[in-house]
Write a protein that binds this ligand. Structure first.
Ligand SMILES: Cc1cc2nc3c(=O)[nH]c(=O)nc-3n(C[C@H](O)[C@H](O)[C@H](O)COP(=O)(O)OP(=O)(O)OC[C@H]3O[C@@H](n4cnc5c(N)ncnc54)[C@H](O)[C@@H]3O)c2cc1C
Length: 419
């Protein structure tokens, strides 16, 4: 019996790892279209910058149970740098600074925001317990002090969509989890060296050690389904026939799945994320030197400085994603310079803007209502991906949770087929 996993992003990797780590031996084949794994969470050596960069800064939270379990399983827990002292924020409008190191700091931030406690409590209650099919309330930034300083930026970075557009239910679920986790749940972790070093390469090493086959450059074109059973996976370079008892897991983004297997994925709009990477100096590249700062009141949400590279992230960036690169730099660099307290007029040595137009689906309420879950009508075909399971924002946590769930379900089904 063979397990075919298609898509080597975090969903496909975590599904393959779950299959490889289960007791017993089995044939596992991971098929990936690109020459490298990682998907929307990837790294490469950028010849123009002369350094390794990520497609964009990715943060995990202490409350991300599935992501933490995956990191432990692939032996990469130590490859995350936890920002244990909390996160420093800067308000670009008035220069105010504060630190968030746990829920108590939100109380302090409320005092800074200056809104009445009753207004803040009413808004928080709406965010935590929304109507099922609602959007996060529009105009959060004008609603209350915490709306402006905390909730509006948090919605954009967790949902990659603006308030008024982002589905309320998955944001509420994430917020409840983070707040319930207290200080530990709010901890932010960043890949110490790169996304590949932390989240991808250790999984590939584990899979290779356990005998899984890794097929790069293998693009799925279509899935042959008949009589309620997936019969064949047709790739550019080969056709894989599925024998009785074989299981196929499609860990593709919805726009790719819709091409390969029409009807399995909902139509969805997408939402871009922009990252500006800047090499600051030509000194030693000591990646242990990590600084992270949150910004409010501008377009950049986070600035990560890792060694001599600063990376600035703007989520929900549909209004700027189409700008010429020089204009993006002119818009974002002054915010980066302020976040890093650089002297006036400081310029990066080299820079690159990475625009991920399809960073996530546009996670509005209509998309949320159409997420399918991991099962399909075919008994030997499962889905995984950040977009698949309802109720979770499209993030690393959702990708990994869906992958593990699909891997475990495939094992259960293959066990049944054998009986
Ligand atoms: C710039 C940016 C910043 C982000 N920041 C964060 C963050 O801070 N925190 C967070 O939790 N999440 C963040 N995310 C979201 C996170 O990256 C995604 O949720 C996650 O990586 C999705 O993983 P996935 O495996 O579901 O999908 P993907 O990563 O899209 O993986 C799908 C894989 O399938 C492959 N593929 C596609 N078509 C085919 C085909 N036909 N045949 C074979 N293979 C195919 C692709 O090459 C890819 O490797 C960010 C995303 C971006 C783009």
């Amino acid at each position: 019996m063979a397990f075919h996993v298609v898509g080597g992003g975090l969903a496909g990797l975590s599904a393959s790892v779950a299959l490889a780590c289960a007791p017993g031996t089995r044939e596992i084949v991971l098929h990936e279209a690109a020459p490298r794994a990682g998907g929307r969470c990837r790294s490469w050596h950028d010849a123009g910058l002369g350094v390794e960069i990520d497609n964009g800064t990715h943060a995990v939270l202490g409350a991300n149970d599935a992501a933490l379990a995956y990191l432990a399983r692939i032996g990469a827990s130590g490859r995350v740098a936890w920002l244990d002292a909390g996160i420093d924020f800067l308000d670009l409008r008035d220069g105010a600074c504060w630190r968030i190191d746990g829920p108590v700091d939100l109380l302090r931030l409320w005092r800074r925001g200056g809104s009445a406690a009753t207004a803040e409590i009413a808004l928080l209650a709406r965010l935590l317990a929304p109507r099922r099919d609602a959007a996060v309330p529009a105009g959060l930034a004008d609603a209350t002090g915490l709306g402006r300083l905390a909730w509006d930026p948090l919605v954009r970075s967790i949902m990659n969509a603006a308030p008024g557009q982002a589905a309320a239910a998955p944001f509420a679920a994430a917020l409840r989890r983070v707040l319930r986790g207290g200080r530990a749940g709010m901890r932010v972790g960043i890949a110490r060296r790169s996304l590949a070093h932390c989240l991808v390469d250790p999984a590939l090493d584990l899979l290779a050690r356990r005998g899984a086959s890794l097929r790069f450059g293998a693009r799925l074109r279509s899935v042959g389904i008949s009589g309620g059973v997936a019969r064949a996976l047709r790739f550019d370079d080969a056709e894989v026939e599925l024998a009785a008892g074989d299981q196929a897991l499609l860990a593709l983004p919805p726009w790719e799945l819709a091409r390969c297997a029409p009807g399995l994925a909902p139509d969805c709009a997408t939402s871009p994320i922009v990252n500006l990477h800047a090499v600051l100096d030509d000194g030693a590249d000591d990646a242990r030197d990590i600084a992270f700062r949150g910004l409010v009141g501008g377009r950049v949400e986070w600035v990560l400085r890792r060694g001599r590279v600063a990376s600035a992230t703007t989520s929900a960036a549909s209004d700027i994603a189409g700008l010429p690169r020089d204009e993006l730099r002119a818009l974002l660099w002054p915010e980066v310079a302020r976040a890093l307290d650089l002297p006036a007029g400081a310029k990066p040595l080299r820079w690159r803007a990475v625009v991920e137009r399809r960073a996530t689906p546009l996670q509005d309420a209509s998309f949320e209502a159409r997420r399918p879950g991991i099962a399909t009508a075919a008994g030997n075909l499962l889905l995984a991906g950040d977009w698949v399971v309802p109720g979770l924002p499209c993030t690393i946590e959702a990708a990994i949770a869906s992958g593990v769930r699909a891997g475990e379900e495939a094992l259960r089904r293959s066990g049944k087929a054998r009986e």
